[in-house]
Ligand binder design. Structure first.
Ligand code: GDP
Ligand code: IMO
Ligand code: MG
Length: 425
């Protein structure tokens, strides 16, 4: 398979975990490039269900090499419990999981600052973060006061972190939040460092070597384009580049080595957390999508907001990412709907928008402009050939691709590996 980047094209949870697992069969290396344990990537294999937060979803395939790139923010304790859970399920990660020495580390004070900052915000201003410390860790990275995996496993770690904890406690105190305990952090994280040290390497030459040797690399995005720090619905976003540029800055892979960009979308729209979502439904259809789609956050368990497919969003994310192919998931969730709507533009203050306005106030007031299509009202999960789909389902999928301006690569009609119709990829 050519070197491929798979990125979420909506507000996350598009089914990246499932599709990465499917595509891993054809590659030599799977690489995560940004985000942290705010992500929750689900893979269902037979009766088993795995939710990966930090480790690439390719790890579930035997002997697959997996890399956590420099663009990630890594909570060492969360990573260790993920490794332990996999080991308990007889999935051995030793010798095939590699962590970049340049990836930044999430500490308890980052989580405390994330929580304190959210708690202080008024209703309407809260971002609805996962409270995993993601924003404060990326903030420290940009402010040049972060610690990286190389620092965590260095003998000078206790010295270096000491000043950082003092600084964080000054801020926490000013915010009226509980302080973090320095001795506890140093003891606990020194222990974690010992366990993680064998996995920590310079991943840049590894990736470069793989490219030189013609190996096939699959890049696993986290979150989605609308949560991108630059392109998303700012400030209701995450703190990293979830779009294709993040695959280069988060791994050291040169853009010229990327052969193919694949965008993944749900056949409808979901969002967890706060911020504008023009097609959100608070009616029976929204309830049906949430119930049939089992739309609860894989990390926080929060119910996901559900609504119609927003083609303005996906066309915009295609502009930024340049999709060669589109993967559409969860078509089966719409099997019972008699009529289906697609948002093709927004209206706000008498003006029509066919792309995402930067002004969050405008985005919040946008009224979706819909076109309607008939539903197919037949089950699709058992179908294993694209041509055998109901004609109305094919027409819906074709219309989505036409509106986005991209070709269909894969259609997913259920959470399991078998419910995957590989059309072009
Ligand atoms: P990710 O964050 O993009 O990896 O997505 P999540 O794992 O957070 O959420 C996607 C959910 O949808 C998971 O529970 C998957 O098992 C499930 N899923 C993926 N593809 C399909 C599909 O085609 N149909 C249905 N019904 N469920 C799917
Ligand atoms: P995957 O990879 C859906 C959302 C949070 C919140 C905002 C900022 O599973 O698709 P953060 O903790 O990152 O500072 O929260 O981003 N968010 C996600 N929503 N899927 C995710 O990841 C998400 N990761 C973060 O709900 O609105
Ligand atoms: Mg998820």
């Amino acid at each position: 398979m050519p070197n491929t980047v798979l990125v979420g094209s909506q507000w996350g949870d598009e089914g990246k975990g499932k599709i990465i697992d499917v595509l891993t069969e054809d590659v030599d290396m799977v690489v995560r490039f940004q985000g942290g344990n705010n992500a929750g990537h689900t893979v269902e294999i037979g009766q088993d269900k795995y939710v990966l937060h930090l480790i690439p979803s390719g790890i579930l395939r035997e002997n697959q090499v997996c890399i956590m790139g420099n663009g990630l923010v890594i909570d060492p304790l969360s990573l260790l419990s993920e490794i332990d859970e996999l080991m308990a399920d007889d999935i051995d990660v030793t010798g095939r999981l590699f962590i970049s020495d340049r990836a930044h580390v999430v500490f308890p004070y980052h989580r405390a600052l994330d929580g304190a900052s959210e708690d202080r915000k008024a209703e309407g201003e809260k971002i609805g973060t996962t409270k995993r410390g993601i924003g404060p860790t990326y903030g420290d990275k940009i402010a040049r006061v972060g610690l990286r995996m190389a620092d965590l496993i260095s003998p000078s770690f206790p010295e270096v972190i000491s000043g950082r904890i003092d600084d964080a406690n000054l801020i926490l105190k000013a915010m009226g939040a509980d302080l973090v305990d320095k001795d506890e952090i140093i003891a606990e994280y020194t222990k974690a460092a010992e366990r993680l040290a064998p996995f920590v390497v310079d991943t840049i030459p590894m990736i470069s070597e793989a490219i030189k040797n013609g190996k096939s690399i699959l890049m696993e995005g986290a979150q989605g384009a609308m949560l991108d720090i630059d392109f998303g619905t700012y400030p209701f976003v995450t703190s990293s580049n979830t779009t294709v540029a993040g695959a280069c800055s988060g791994t050291g892979m040169p853009p010229s080595a990327i052969d193919r960009v694949v965008g993944i979308v749900k056949a409808y729209t979901t969002r967890v957390g706060e911020g504008p979502m023009p097609t959100e439904l608070s009616d029976e259809v929204g309830e049906t999508l949430g119930r049939v789609g089992n739309e609860f956050g894989a990390t926080t368990g929060r119910p996901r907001r559900c609504g119609w497919f927003d083609a303005v969003v996906v066309k915009y994310s295609c502009m930024i990412n340049g999709y060669d192919y589109l993967v559409i998931t969860k078509l089966d969730v719409m099997d019972s709907l008699e009529t289906i709507k697609i948002c093709v533009a927004y209206e706000c203050d008498g003006k029509i928008y066919d792309t995402i306005p930067a002004d969050i106030g405008i985005m919040e007031r946008c009224v979706p402009q819909y076109e309607e299509m008939p539903g197919w009202c037949e089950p699709t999960t058992e179908i294993d050939n694209y041509d055998d789909l109901p004609e109305k389902a094919k027409a819906y999928v074709a219309r989505l691709c036409e509106l986005v301006g991209s070709e269909l690569g894969i259609l997913s009609v259920g959470p399991k590996r078998a419910s995957t119709l590989r059309v072009k990829i």
